[in-house]
Design a protein around this ligand. Sequence first.
Ligand code: F6R
Length: 606
Amino acid sequence: MCGIVGYIGRGNTKKIILQGLKTLEYRGYDSSGIALISKGNIVVEKKAGRIEKLEESIAGKDYPSDIGIGHTRWATHGVPSDKNSHPHYSMDKSVAVVHNGIIENYQNLRKELVGKGFIFSSDTDTEVISQLIQDMYNGDILDTVEKVIKRLEGSYAIGVIHKDHPNELICAREHSPLVIGIGNGENFIASDVSALLKYTKDVYYLEDGDIATLKIGSVEIFDRDKKTVSREKKHIEWSLEQATKCGYPHFMLKEIFEQPQVIKETFEKRVHNKKIDFSDILTYEEIKNINKIYIVACGTAYHAGLQGQFAFQKIAKLEVFTDVASEFRYSDPFIDEKTMVIFVSQSGETSDTLAALKEAKTKKALTVAITNVVGSTISREAHKVIYTMAGPEIAVASTKAYTTQITIFYLFSLYIGKLKGVISDEKYQEYLSDIENILEKVQKVINNHEKIKFIAEYLKDKTNGFFIGRGLDYKIALEASLKMKEVSYIHTEAFASGELKHGTIALIESGTPVIVIATQKNLLDKSVSNIKEVKARGAYIITVGFENDENLKEVSDSFISLPLCDDLFSGFLSIIPLQLLSYYTSSLKGIDVDKPRNLAKSVTVE
Ligand code: F6R
């Protein structure tokens, strides 16, 4: 999705903004642009395509400047093109605006402005903002923007500069994230903290309705009633190295390889002296009041939720429902003050998840967020928040966020199971050390990555395939299939192994790859039968199973072995080779792995 960077300081503005935009590339974009106040005027440079094209077009142009705004655009209104890229000038070029979000009433505003003689030069909703600022300008840029945003309906994070106010950078937010970075003699705005890590780790997260004015040495924030407000200063713990490739060819590979470490950190944050502690989230009194759990999320986070459901049911013996966030609100869920609804979101900004969270709050449920981003909107909206320790996830395809989310689910299930008294002390300790031991096993699976490359060689020329599994393995199949689709563009479908024969088996023909996940001991014989069914129709079988499973090896064309563990926790291991398989297939096909087509890292539109 779109990205915003803004800067006010002493020189180097062009370089700082371009660098910031590059760190936001991972969010997905199709064009980029920059606006600077230079020598008394606003210059805007923008280009469809990669940021390199923008850089080429301004290389050598001398724009001395202390203030500017930049943007990476992911098209919604109007095709990706130079003219639709941000920033957008006002007609008289006195104002430039960058904007994330959607202005829902832009057509009416545009008609009104055209009626007044304004000429528009793009098809975007954003341009109404810069034109309105020109139209309503009263000499005070902060006051003008305050009045303009009152006329906007929809969602926005905006950065505004005005040529007559070279010492003032204005920004505002409504339903779209925006942070202010606090520097020394310089200040920043960004839609995502990773753009700021090189310059500062101290930030203010703006809240809905906030508007702020940044000067070289000060930041002032006002709420929607024009009252000065102080937002809590947050210190970001993420390091710049975490947000850079550190020698890996792609972020996705780096993030897959980081999993043993981030799972460990997530574990250690919650486990002390062999005891799990979520007392900040739920006490015994609170858990007594809960009779139902919902888990709500999108995409990969939803798949982590499915594993969460499995863990809650198996370990804590609780009734759990899982739903995709975009459906949750419309399904009249049976929730009330006795329901705990858990929202899973790496970014903490996903619109569908946020909307579902607001719905659950109106129904008085206890809402808990599992997220990776401190200060994100979802973390602030939920009653309680559990942070994963994945660190910045830059690749569009989520990997380490997923495994840290499932770490949280298992620990949380064990914690609740213990509080509810449905699990013995002995079992509690046994499971806890099982989870602890998983870390080393995840590393072992990663060490086996060379083998996965060979399988990727086979897959890369295929156009379709299947992932199948039973029980927990089916949930892994769903995630593995999503990964394969998004980064390799091979159409795959995930099926519960037993369901394939009820219709879809018609698609199996000679050479169709069927990737089987088979770790659930009580279901192994049935999995072998399912393999035989598709094999008999010509499928090429790639199986992920435990290293000692000779029956599985025998029926498979290719076998990826996992170190032994209790099959309750096998999802930690089985997903790793499948993430690697998607990665290698994608890179062998020459795809831009970290930025697959049509996708955005943080999906801030519904
Ligand atoms: C897939 C992927 C997406 C996200 C989904 C939710 O690799 O990354 O499916 O999981 O868009 O995003 P968050 O977790 O940020 O709410």
